[in-house]
Ligand binder design. Structure first.
Ligand code: GFB
Length: 402
C-alpha cells in the first residue's frame, strides 16, 4: 500500500514537471522551423546550421534545433546526437528564439503540430529510390527515404502526411525580400511548422552568416574536457593547433581541385569570388615536406614576433594520419613536442584547436572552417596550409626564412 502511494506521488510529480515545462515553453504564434541536417558530416552541418539560424530569424519563426547526424563505421543507420551534447542552447537565444527538438516534440508538438498536420517541405519533387513509391500523380518529398533521412525523423517518431514544394522560393534572405515572400506564402496560422527535408541554407555558409558562429558555444562537457587535456597533456606555454585532413575520402575529394573554381570551404581563404586567387592542389593536400616547412616557419615567426610567448608544443587533429612520428622528429631540435588525443573525438579535437594560440587549417575543409570561424570570434590567429602559394609568399612575407 505504502509502495503504491509512493508510486502515485512519483507519477504526480512527473506530471507536474511536464506541465510546468509546457507552461514555461509556451507556443510561438509566429511558428516554428526545422530541418534534417541530412547533408555531410559535422563541418557541413555546422555551415548549414548557421544559415538555417539566419533563415529562421528572417522568417521570425522559432528554430527547432535538430540533433547532429553522425555516421559510425559499420552501422547502416545514422545516429542522432542531441544538439546540446556539443553546444549550449542559451547563447543562441541572444540571437533568436530556439528550442531543442526533444523539448518541442515532447512538450509542444501534440498541440502545435499534430500528427495529421505534419507536412514536409522540399524545393520540388524528390524521387524515391524505391521505384514503386514514385507516383506521377502524387509527387512527394519522400522525406524519410534513405539514410539519414528516415533515421533522423524516426528519432522523434515523425511521419509526414503531405509534401509541399516551395519552388521558386529560396533561402537567401540577405539580398532580397525573400523572407516576406515565405511569410506570405506560408503564414504561421496555416503552417505552424516548416519542416525541411534538408537544411534551408547554402553550403558553404554565406559570408553574411559566418559571424553567427559567436552564438555557437561549446557545452560545459567539451569546455572542461578541452581545458583538462591542455592542462594535463601539453607542456606549459603557447601551443600551435593543426588540422591534417588526409583520409582516403579527402584524397579523392582533392582530385576535384583541378576542375573547380571553389571546393567545399575554399572561399574562406580564396574569397567567395576568388578574389584572393584560384584553387591549387597544395591547398587541399599539402605534402609532408610542405607541412613540416610551414610548421617550422610558423614556430620561428612566433619566436621572432612574440618572444615572450614562444610555441612550446603542437597539437594535431586529424581524421586519419596525425604524422606524430615525423613531426616529433622534425621539431624535436626546436624543443617542440607533438601531441594528439588518445582516442578519436572530432568534437574534442575542435574544442582544443579553438584554444590554441595559433592554428593552421585546411582551406578546403569545412571542419577547418568551423575552427577558423570560432577563432575569428575570439580574435585568435589562423593560417592555412599552402596559403598563400609558396612562390607568392616569398615576395610578400619578410619572416619566411627557415
Ligand atoms: O566535417 P566535414 O564535413 O568536413 O567531414 P570536410 C569530415 C569529417 O571527418 C568530420 C572527420 O566531421 C569528422 O568526423 N574529421 C575531419 C576529423 N577532420 C578531423 C579531425 O581533425 N579530427 C577528427 N577526430 N575527425 C568534406 C565534406 O569534409 O569531405 C564533404 O565537406 C565531403 O561533404 C568531403 O564528404 C569528402 O569539409 O573536411
Amino acid at each position: 500500500m505504502q509502495w503504491l502511494k509512493m508510486k502515485l506521488r512519483f507519477v504526480n510529480l512527473i506530471l507536474l514537471l511536464i506541465s510546468s515545462t509546457c507552461a514555461q515553453l509556451g507556443g510561438d504564434p509566429n511558428g516554428y522551423l526545422t530541418y534534417c541536417p541530412c547533408m555531410g558530416r559535422f563541418g557541413n552541418q555546422a555551415d548549414h546550421f548557421l544559415g538555417s539560424l539566419a533563415f529562421a530569424k528572417a522568417l521570425n519563426r522559432t528554430l527547432i534545433l535538430p540533433p547532429w547526424v553522425e555516421y559510425r563505421r559499420g552501422e547502416l543507420r545514422s545516429r542522432q546526437v542531441p544538439f546540446n551534447t556539443y553546444f549550449e542552447v542559451e547563447p543562441l537565444k541572444e540571437y533568436h528564439r530556439v528550442i531543442t527538438m526533444a523539448d518541442f516534440m515532447w512538450h509542444l508538438a501534440d498541440d502545435i503540430w499534430p500528427e495529421s498536420e505534419r507536412v514536409s517541405f522540399c524545393y520540388k519533387e524528390r524521387y524515391s529510390l524505391q521505384q514503386e513509391k514514385n507516383d506521377p500523380d502524387k509527387p512527394n518529398c519522400h522525406a524519410k527515404d534513405g539514410n539519414p533521412f528516415g533515421p533522423f525523423w524516426d528519432t522523434f517518431h515523425i511521419d509526414f502526411v503531405r509534401s509541399e514544394f516551395y519552388a521558386p522560393l529560396h533561402f537567401d534572405v540577405h539580398h532580397s525580400n525573400e523572407a516576406a515572400k515565405w511569410q506570405t506564402k506560408y503564414p504561421a496560422e496555416s503552417y505552424p511548422v516548416l519542416a525541411f527535408t534538408g537544411a534551408p541554407a547554402s553550403f558553404p555558409v554565406q559570408l553574411e552568416n559566418c559571424k553567427l558562429q559567436r552564438y555557437l558555444q561549446w557545452s560545459q562537457r567539451y569546455r572542461e574536457a578541452s581545458k583538462d587535456f591542455i592542462r594535463e597533456q601539453l607542456p606549459r606555454g603557447a601551443f600551435l593547433g593543426i588540422h591534417l585532413r588526409n583520409g582516403i575520402d579527402w584524397v579523392r575529394a582533392c582530385e576535384h581541385v583541378k576542375d573547380s573554381q571553389h571546393l567545399f570551404a575554399s572561399p574562406q581563404c580564396l574569397g567567395y569570388k576568388n578574389e584572393r586567387g584560384a584553387l591549387y592542389p597544395e591547398l587541399c593536400m599539402p605534402s609532408k615536406e610542405a607541412i613540416i616547412r610551414q610548421l617550422k616557419r610558423t614556430i620561428k615567426n612566433v619566436r621572432q614576433t612574440q618572444p615572450d610567448n614562444e610555441i612550446k608544443s603542437v597539437f594535431v587533429a586529424s581524421d586519419s594520419n596525425h604524422m606524430i612520428g615525423e613531426l616529433n622528429t622534425a621539431l624535436s631540435r626546436m624543443g617542440i613536442s607533438v601531441h594528439k588525443l588518445p582516442e578519436d573525438d572530432p568534437y574534442l579535437d575542435l574544442a582544443i584547436l579553438g584554444q590554441s594560440n595559433h592554428f593552421i587549417g585546411n582551406c578546403i575543409s569545412s571542419y577547418s572552417a568551423f575552427e577558423k570561424r570560432e577563432r575569428d570570434v575570439h580574435g585568435f590567429p589562423s593560417y592555412f596550409w599552402g596559403f598563400p602559394k609558396e612562390k607568392d609568399r616569398k615576395h610578400t612575407n619578410v619572416h619566411e626564412e627557415l
